[in-house]
Every structure is written in structure tokens, then in C-alpha cells.
Write a new protein. Sequence first.
Lengths: 349, 254
Amino acid sequence: MKKVTVLIVVAVLSCMVWLEGCKKDQIDPRSWRPVSFEVPKGWPQPAYTFANNPLTFDGFELGRKLFYDMRLSRDNTVSCGSCHQQVASFAHFDHDISHGIENRLGTRNSPMLANMAWNTSFFWDGGVNHLESQPIAPIQNHLEMDMTMPEVIDRLNADADYRSRFKKVFGIDTANSQRVFRSMAQFMAAMVSSNSKYDKYAANPGAGYFSEQEVRGLTLFRQHCASCHKEPLFSDFSFRNNGLLPKPGVNDSGRAHITGLAEDRYKFKVPSLRNIAVTRPYMHDGRVATLADVVEHYRSGVAAMATTDALVAGGVVMTENEKRDIISFLETLTDSTFITNPLFAEPAK
Amino acid sequence: MKKYLDVACVALMCGFVFTGCTKKDPPETTDPTGNGSVKIEFTNKVGSSKLSMNDTWYVNDHGDSFKVSKFNYYISNVKLIKTAGTYTENESYHLIQQEKASSLAFDLADVPYGKYTGITMTIGVDSLRNVSGAQTGALDPANGMFWTWSTGYIMLKLEGTSPKSPSGSISFHAGGYAGANATQRTVTLSFPAEITVAKDGVNHVHVEADVLKLFKSPNQYDFANTYNISTAGAAAKGFADNYANMLSVTYAGL
């Protein structure tokens, strides 16, 4: 098991301090804090490796403050946390689509945020290629926060608390976009959800964590769903058309919006199903309200289009009982420690 | 790890000692191995005239009138070609902005003494920096040369107006760093005369960018049909094939 803990960061930092001053025993006590990034047992290596951006408690905390700061929006009314709520595994609870400043409505459902370090692309169309390049998109999107990065930097540099935090993390008391995005990446990448009932079962299948129904559900899931929603992250991070007809008036072409390719029309990123029971509503535009409706879509609602994925074309055959079994399994993916972890919550003002 | 660092520290200290020992040896005036400075200066032109923004009508190869309100482009990975070998600038990313006079020149500060015959540079930003997360300096996305919705740098941007355009405006944003439609273009240009980088004097290299070349060849633009490029794809690729021809070196020397 690979374990990249903050202790290693501390070791490197302390060596650097020692080299600089040629003195031993200069360890910054602030760095001995409980933030770590671990690759859970059996998981693949993450795409985001903290290269050039070592995880520290102060860096994580600065990222957390920025994540929940409404000053990142033009009229100070919307933060990242407005549409990414911890109770919903950082999706937007009960919203099909989200409202930006001045109640401007977008066209897509806010995805949940967990295990972002393993994502190879971001957004439903995968247009963003790096975790550090993600925050600028909603910050500058006209329908979301409608802000400019120069204005964000000005606001942060006018705030003494931010200046001292940037000094602690980056050694310089001014914000720039790189420092903003790297600290936010520290916060987001550290948001690992790997402590669901499913994880306990997977680590020890004989220990009785699953009911008989949940075991049956997992078997059916592996049979019908896991090719795309691949364990342990419950996504293969590919782009697929799952048979949802484009909404009239929106006609979101999905992945084709990025690639310009006809073969990518109406394909969207396969979302992770971790914490799926708390992230409703579902699908790229939030059109499906319940888990039962999601499973029913794959049974009876898959529309035939030129790009409909072969794995779901024609629908997946299952009985009502099998449908209930799959849903009972999906509910085991909820990680209550993740959605209640105070480390990820909005910091006290 | 600490052991390695111990060794590294000792090695560094030894390095300092050695530097101290060798310092008095060679008289500086005869040192043939120092570094000099070369100043790269850009002038944006429209044909034979200097580009003047917002107030001057120009005519493209197709015969369409236009004015320019913005002209920005990245110059990256600058190399000077030596008789033997090349000099490569470290962290070589520059944003040329017509509206910002200070952006039109930059210094290569650590060029080894020797004779140089030409320059290689990329119009745009290499693919690696397009996929490497938050950058700073010329590559700071706050400079407005970055697509947020489909990550990547805008390699070159020209905006303006034309009565031929159905919208009244022309806007060409070239981006896309991968595959057949990549828009970064690397060009190598010979100096009119070889330059010698030595202890005395600063060499200047005058680079001109001709806006007319953007609309001329291999793809001639009729602004009635082609007046807006804002995504990666075949149109941006064709535009890049045009601006690959825009640079020339008109002078190199002291």
C-alpha cells in the first residue's frame, strides 16, 4: 500500500530547512497536522500526484477557504461550495441544474466531488484536462460566478488573512492564479472517499458486511454496470452516450462540444457512482430524480441514436427484484465519514 | 533520504571550496566561455506599415478592408542556432501584445559567447504546458490567452472590424495543441548576417510579424465567409498554417 502522508512532506520540508540553514531540528510545527493523501489499498495510482504542489495542512486549509469563499463570484453571492455541498457528496442537493449569480441557470447538473485526484478530465464533456485548471472555468463562466481572475487576485491581495496564508503556504504574501489553483487542488485532491460499506465488504467479503440482497445486487452490478462504472472508482472515465435524448432547446452535444467530432455527439463522461444515494438528481442534466428511475432508464429508456453505446443499446434485461437488488447495492456506496468529515466542511468564519 | 542530503550538502560545500580556489586563475578579459546578452525585438506590421490599432484601415489579400483592435501571440521555446549546437532559453515563454509596448521585446541573458546564425521559436505554447495545470508568468491564464472550458492556450489572437464581415467584426482565436489540428507552429529563421556574442556589446535581433500573412497563404480569407474562429479544429489549424509564415528577421547585429 502506497502511503503518501504529510509526514513525508514534513520530512522533505525539514530537510530543506536544514539544508538552507545547515541546522538540524528545524521542523515547522504547523506541518504536523492531520491532512494526508493515501492511495487506498487496491486502487490505481492517481492522475494528480501533487507534483510541484506538495500537500501541506496550510495549503489544504487555504484551498478550503477559497472553495467556500463567495468573493470568488462577481457579486459575492456564490462560492464553489454553493453548488458542491458536502451533504450531497459535493453535488448540488436536489438541483437538476444549478443557479449562478443573479439566478442564471446553466444546462448541466453539478457533479459530485470525491476522489478527484483519479479523474483524468473534468466536467461532463471532459473539456478540462488538469485538476489545477478546473477552478478557473466556473469562476469565469458567465452563468456561474462570472468573475475574472485578475479581479479575484485583487480581492485576495486586499485581505490580510489571505496574504498571511499565501505567505505560509508559498513563502510569499501575495496571491496569483497559480497559487490560488494549486491550493484549491490540494483541497480537492485530498477529498478521498473510500470508507463506504462497499469498501468494508470488498476488503473482507466473508465478514458479513453485506446482506444477501446487497451481495445479489453487487453480482448484478458487475454483470450489467461495471464495464463503465468500473470498481473501485466506479467510473472508467470514458465518454459514452447512455441513450438520453438531447433536451429540446438545449441540445447539449456533450463531448463533441470539445472534440468537434460527430462520433462524440451526446457522449458524456461516465460519472463515479460513489455516494450515489446522496447525489440526486441524476444524469448530466439532472433529468432523472431517483435511483429507481436511473436503473429503469437502463432497462426501458435507452434511446437508439447513432452514438448510443453498444453496452446499453436496446436496454438491459432485468426483473423488478433484480432492479431492487441493484439499488440496494448502490446504497452501500455511501461513505458517511466522507460526507460528515469536518476537515472538508465550510470553515468557521 | 537524509543520508543522501548529507552527501549532497557536503558535495555542495566542496563545490564552494573549489569555486573559491579556481576564482583567481583566468583573467576575465580573455575568458572565451562567458555569457552575453541578446535582445529580441518584435515589430508588428501590416505589409510595409507598422501596425496601428483601432484607427487605420488595412486591406487583406482578398481585397477586404479591416481594422485591428487586438493582436496577441505567444513566442516560446526560443533557441539561437550556433555554428555548432544551439542555445536554448530556459523557461522560454513570452506573450507579445501589440497594446503593451513592454511586451514587444525580451532579453536572452545567458547566451554563451560564440557565433550565431539564426533563431528558432514557436508561435504558441507547446503541448506539455497545455496539460500541466496552473502556470504563471506569461502563461498565467489571467492574461486572457487561455480557454477555460476546453483547457488550452490561445496561441494567437487577432480581433478587429471589417465591413465585409456579416457581424461587422473579425475575431480569430487560434487554439488546440494536440493531434492533426494543433495550432502551435515552430519556425526557424536565418539571420541576415551572422552575429557574434562576446563580452562587449548587446546584439539585437529584429523580428517582424506581418498581419497580412494571417489572411493570405495557404488559406486566403474572404472576411464575408471567414470572420470568426473560436474553437480548436480544422479552421484554427488552417489559420495556424497561415501565421506560420508571418515572422521574418530583418536585422541581427550590435
